[in-house]
Ligand binder design. Structure first.
Ligand code: HEC
Length: 128
């Protein structure tokens, strides 16, 4: 009896772990991105619409023109930058803000490639 129960639990666990990676990969990235955001961005940025801290709100930042959130006092560098935030431009900015927008007031040491992708996935997801 005990043996049989163990066997069926093992079968169940097997099923769950077969299915988990399919649904889990994207969700895991978003969850990891939320952690990166809390640790690396939330000190200066909120995700709620219109909530500006040292940096502008990042609500729906993807698809937005750089320097365009209403009510935030941007540096001339970002206001005048001809950038639209896409996963690609954001990736470059988070690697080296000064390289993408020389003179920007965002003082940031850059993130590893994997963390950049995760936080970008999180920002996309947070706007849904
Ligand atoms: C030390 C404070 C600080 C940290 C930490 C920080 N930022 Fe910023 N960020 C700023 C400031 C200030 C600006 C506005 C810069 C300007 O006007 O030149 C900005 C601007 C931005 C912009 C441009 C927004 C727009 O409306 O054009 C994006 C995107 C951005 N930050 C993303 C991030 C992300 C993602 C992180 C974490 C990985 C992060 N920032 C961490 C201070 C910070």
């Amino acid at each position: 009896m005990l043996l049989r129960r163990r066997a069926s639990i093992a079968a169940l666990v097997g099923l769950v772990s077969l299915q988990a990676p399919l649904a889990g990969a994207a969700d895991a990235d978003i969850a990891e991105g939320a952690r990166v955001f809390q640790a690396q961005c939330a000190g200066c940025h909120a995700i709620e619409p219109g909530a500006h801290r040292a940096g502008p709100s990042l609500y729906r930042v993807l698809g937005r023109r750089a320097g365009s959130a209403a009510g935030f006092d941007y540096s001339p560098a970002l206001r005048q930058a001809e950038i639209v935030w896409t996963p690609e431009s954001l990736d470059a900015f988070l690697e080296d803000p000064q390289d993408v927008a020389p003179g920007t007031r965002m003082v940031f040491w850059g993130l590893e490639a994997a963390e950049r992708q995760q936080v970008i996935r999180f920002l996309e997801h947070a706007a849904e």
